[in-house]
Design a protein. Sequence first.
Length: 101
Amino acid sequence: MYKTQIDCSEINSKLDFMRAMDKAFVFPPYFGENWGALSECMRDMYWINDSEIVLEIKESNLLIGKLKFEIIAFFEDLRSYLNRSDNQSETSKHFDFVLID
């Protein structure tokens, strides 16, 4: 299992969030620190060998207040992808979020 964490008390902008996610997941060098690039990387994760991935989000309540609709849209996009029935193959990754206030 690949378990990582971001601390939202240290995030004050979209760029801070992108950099925290990059640090947590060690994205490939082409990661562009924007929503599209983040979505693409989160949907693939080919560089992580583990089949189960857990992201703990500390102080998660602060994230909504700071990034408002952008972060909600990102998590909705990711949730819809993760819930797609055609994503259930042997090579797919199981991804969980744990919100910690």
